[in-house]
Design a protein around this ligand. Structure first.
Ligand code: AP5
Length: 215
């Protein structure tokens, strides 16, 4: 059976979530977004949510042990190819993931790095709006809703993510460069890294990723 397990890597706002959603739907893969899981936990006031909330508000990473436990749970009964969106984010998480995938005989096919410059990230994240009801993601500059800040899908008033303010965006970018960017060399050394230009139209980026998936 073809191996269709991927990691989507890249700075905040690179389009990991947007592309993971499209590709997972189109190709019958499971999207595992650690950011979405944590936000849901915060919304529901669970133990995990209470723990993660402060880190997320500050734009910092939730501790590795917690994230590794969360991913182990997510992969416990997986029976399809998967896309990890936003995990791993530190070398320790990547090493833990390697161990887990080896134990489960689930090799990665590729790690897709969505490459987007910082200036573009700041523009995109400042203009992102999300639907608090159905989770649809918009962008006031690039992909606006049809009616002023109202969700096209379910008609709910859109909101801005708590961490999409200028100060936290800057912190998230710093954290990315310090703690997550070392994964580029880590996966390059394993022959898994494929860099995709994350600027341009989302459809073009999807096509570029699909070329990797079906290579
Ligand atoms: P998470 O939710 O993963 O945030 P992130 O990595 O900062 O990524 P984003 O969701 O902001 O961006 P994205 O790349 O998915 O872009 P999107 O497609 O939305 O994590 C949030 C927090 O949770 C972290 O800060 C941390 O605290 C914690 N956390 C999560 N995982 C963790 C882990 N493994 N370890 C520790 N802590 C963890 O697109 C962004 C915007 O751009 C949207 O408006 C979209 O419409 C628009 N857009 C998308 N593509 C394009 C395009 N091609 N052109 C123009 N606009 C576009």
């Amino acid at each position: 059976m073809a191996i269709l397990n991927f990691v989507f890597l890249g700075p905040p706002g690179a389009g990991k979530g947007t592309q993971a959603e499209i590709i997972a739907k189109k190709h019958g893969l499971v999207k595992i977004s650690t950011g979405d899981i944590l936000r849901e936990a915060v919304k529901n006031g669970t133990e995990l949510g209470k723990l993660a909330d402060g880190y997320m508000k500050r734009g910092e990473l939730v501790p590795d042990e917690i994230m590794l436990g969360l991913i182990e749970e997510q992969l416990a009964n997986i029976d399809k190819g998967f896309i990890l969106d936003g995990f791993p984010r530190t070398v320790k998480q990547a090493e833990g993931l390697d161990e887990l995938l080896q134990k489960k005989h689930l090799p990665l096919k590729a790690v897709i790095l969505l490459d987007v410059p910082d200036e573009e990230i700041i523009k995109r994240l400042s203009a992102r709006r999300v639907c608090p009801n159905c989770g649809a993601v918009y962008n006031l500059l690039y992909n606006p809703p049809k009616n002023d800040e109202i969700c096209d899908v379910c008609g709910t008033k859109l909101v801005q993510r708590k961490d999409d303010n200028p100060e936290t965006i800057k912190r998230r970018l710093d954290v990315y460069h310090e703690q997550t960017a070392p994964l580029i060399d880590y996966y390059q050394a394993k022959g898994l890294l494929v860099k995709v230009d994350g600027t341009g139209k989302p459809e073009q980026i999807t096509e570029a990723i699909e070329e990797v998936i079906f290579k």
